[in-house]
Design a protein around this ligand. Structure first.
Ligand code: SAM
Length: 221
């Protein structure tokens, strides 16, 4: 099948994105803890890592921690005085992630903030948090438009935002689709159309995680 081919091709290229013990352990801890198998794949984690390095990110914001797998890829792109703030609603996910990030030795760089991300983002805005250089949005898809509005208060011109899972097996083209996650993505597209402050593109992807895609945004100058 096509899906088998996509997985084989990901496996073929996996030599370019080797996982060390800490990344493997982070995946295993999430599985052992009963967390859903919805983390990014290694090649996607590496893409986040390379993007963060490419923009020289010193401050990273992640919405949707799960077991900390993407968090670890991103944290490892930071300089030693960098900072990653990751938001997670589920205390058990946050606990598993915190353990793994501590094991991986990046706990000094990472804050895991537990609670509904919309509330935590409001708090960060209220505290006058310094702008983030890179934002990875990977939580409840129906809230993407809200998170993008809030992210504008927490970034600067040139900041990069990645939104994961915006293709959803192609379901996104169905205006009447009953899944609120699909509708969340469609509202994102409406929001981003001719947006005065975000510039954006969407890339469809296939691979071991199936058929999906991500949006790449840049806050305009
Ligand atoms: N970024 C992770 C990775 O690739 O390793 C995967 C994140 S998973 C797709 C989505 C996470 O968002 C889940 O852990 C879920 O509990 C969390 N989440 C869902 N709704 C949320 C909300 N309103 N606020 C914060 N986190 C939320």
């Amino acid at each position: 099948t096509a899906a088998e081919t996509w997985t084989h091709v990901d496996e073929y290229f996996s030599v370019l994105v080797p996982e060390d013990v800490a990344l493997v352990e982070t995946r295993h801890a999430a599985a052992a803890g009963g967390l859903p198998d919805i983390a990014v794949a290694a090649n996607q984690g590496k893409l986040l890592h390379l993007l963060a390095q490419s923009v020289g990110a010193r401050r990273i914001l992640e919405i949707g921690t799960l077991g900390g797998y993407s968090t670890l890829w991103l944290a490892r792109a930071l300089p030693s005085d960098g900072r990653l703030t990751t938001l997670e609603i589920d205390p058990e996910h946050a606990r598993v992630a915190t353990d793994s990030l501590t094991q991986a030795g990046v706990d000094d760089l990472v804050d895991v903030l537990v609670g509904p991300a919309a509330d935590t983002l409001d708090s960060l805005v209220g505290e006058g948090a310094e702008p983030y250089d890179l934002v990875f949005i990977d939580a409840d898809k129906q809230s993407i438009p809200r998170y993008l509005e809030q992210t504008l208060e927490l970034t600067r011109p040139g900041s990069v935002v990645i939104v994961d899972n915006v293709v959803r097996g192609g379901a996104v083209v169905d205006a009447e689709h009953p899944d609120e996650r699909v509708q969340g993505v469609r509202s994102m597209v409406e929001l981003l159309t001719d947006h005065p402050r975000y510039d954006a593109t969407v890339v469809q992807t296939v691979g071991s995680k199936g058929y999906d895609g991500f949006a790449l945004l840049r806050v305009r100058d």
